[in-house]
Write a protein that binds this ligand. Structure first.
Ligand code: PLP
Length: 417
């Protein structure tokens, strides 16, 4: 039956989805529904909530900021929360990342990154326009984000709008050299403007993990050909992979980095794209045509910036890394029981992210297993949104070992594929 609500939900096929719970309150790792149900948020509300829902110091900072500023235009004006946040982001990221461009979602941070890369080469007077990306990548749902993402059911109807990119094979374990060889070849064949990657793990593409050494080698090859490296840390940032940013594990510094989701602890929408001085300088000119022509009305919203500043304070003053280590250990322990379970394959983990695939004959995002698994979890009070037959957990860092164990008990109750 059609819903009577006028709301059109994202990534939701209304014709088959069934009932949509109304959430009236959140607390820690839990959602409270209007009908009295409590639902464990095992995917941090699409990977944004890091410390827990309504984390007190972040809520407090939001309340305080609303007494001073709401939204102000950011072209030609600035404000203390944005200035402080930019400085503090530069301080916690390695040089040469020293310029901060604000936007309001992960997708827009990627659009900004792509435009920075192309603008850089254009203004530097070098004809480099070709972009490379990994097979299976997901970089958001704006036109640029979809273009560099995998061509799939997610974007098939919009194909005429998407631009061509060079595609590198995903560095599967044991076949990493294929990716590196393809990257080197692509850089020799055409003038590559940039390679964009999700460092260490493809998220929406199926929670596929690859080695830090491969990322380091990709960075080296890009550098040797003068191509820029864009790290899309929208999902991986803010501790998800066990370090503040995933690039740290490969000991690399990208030319451009995108951060969003956990930037505000997941409380408010905000994103940043950081770049080095060379990219800023290529746009810095008396010639106004070299202006970086990108904006959105809510760029650097002061309240969102205040939330992000409070998030940085949480990272500085609270044992966040210790919580991450504890959560990662709890996931590892709980995952162990599925390693020899014939119902599942590819049991894997990086930091706080754990994933396993239900063994099925029809894999992929549209596999029947997806909706069946979703119903299995939600009926048992767990928010888990499988990617096809891939079940993954990415809970907030406040989750306890008992809560994690309970979700794995729900996984244990899944019928074979
Ligand atoms: C790696 C990556 N990039 C970009 C995005 C897009 O972010 P947003 O949904 O905030 O636009 C996502 C979203 O999941 C993502 O995982």
């Amino acid at each position: 039956m059609r819903s009577t609500s006028p709301v059109w939900h994202p990534f939701t096929q209304h014709a088959v989805h069934g009932e949509i719970p109304t959430i009236v309150r959140t607390e820690g790792a839990w959602l409270a529904a209007a009908d009295g149900r409590r639902i464990f948020d095992a995917i941090s509300s699409w990977w944004v909530v890091t410390h827990g829902h309504r984390y007190p110091p972040i809520m407090e900072a939001i309340r305080t900021q609303t007494d001073l500023l709401d939204q102000i235009i950011f072209a030609g004006f600035t404000h203390p929360p944005a200035e402080q946040l930019a400085r503090r982001l530069v301080a916690i990221t390695p040089p040469p990342l020293e310029h901060v461009f604000f936007s309001d979602s992960g997708s827009t941070s990627v659009e900004v990154a792509l435009k920075m890369a192309l603008g850089f080469w254009q203004h530097a007077g070098e004809d480099r326009r070709h972009i490379l990306a990994l097979e299976g990548a997901y970089h958001g749902d704006t036109i640029g984000g979809m273009s560099v993402g995998e061509r799939s059911v997610f974007n098939a109807p919009y194909e005429p709008l998407l631009f061509d990119v060079g595609r590198l094979p995903f560095p599967h374990k044991g076949r990493e050299q294929e990716t590196l060889t393809a990257l080197d070849k692509a850089c020799r064949e055409r003038a590559v403007a940039a390679l964009i990657v999700e460092p260490l793990i493809l998220g929406a593409g199926g929670m596929l993990i690859y080695e830090p050494g491969v990322l380091a080698e990709m960075a080296r090859i890009c550098k040797s050909h003068g191509a820029l490296l864009i790290a899309d840390e929208v999902m991986t940032g803010w501790g998800r992979t066990g370090t503040l940013f995933a690039c740290e594990q490969a000991d690399i510094v990208p030319n451009i980095a995108c951060y969003s989701k956990g930037l505000t602890g997941g409380a408010l929408p905000l994103a940043v794209t950081l770049c080095g001085g060379a990219i800023f300088d290529a746009h810095y000119s008396q010639d106004r045509r070299k202006t970086f022509f990108h904006s959105s009305s809510y760029t650097a919203n002061p309240i969102a910036c205040a939330a992000a500043l409070a998030n940085l304070d949480v990272w500085r003053t609270e044992p966040v890394m210790q919580r991450i280590t504890t959560l990662a250990a709890a996931q590892a322990k709980a995952l162990d029981r599925f390693r020899d379970d014939r119902r599942f394959e590819n049991v894997r983990q990086i930091g706080t992210i754990a994933a396993l695939d239900l063994a099925v004959t029809d894999a992929g995002y549209l596999a029947d297993a997806g909706p069946r698994l979703y119903r299995h979890f939600i009926a048992r009070g767990c928010l888990v949104r499988p990617l096809g037959n891939t079940i993954y957990l990415m809970p907030p860092y406040c989750s306890t070992e008992a809560e994690i164990g309970a979700v794995y008990d729900v996984i244990a109750g899944i019928d074979a594929g």
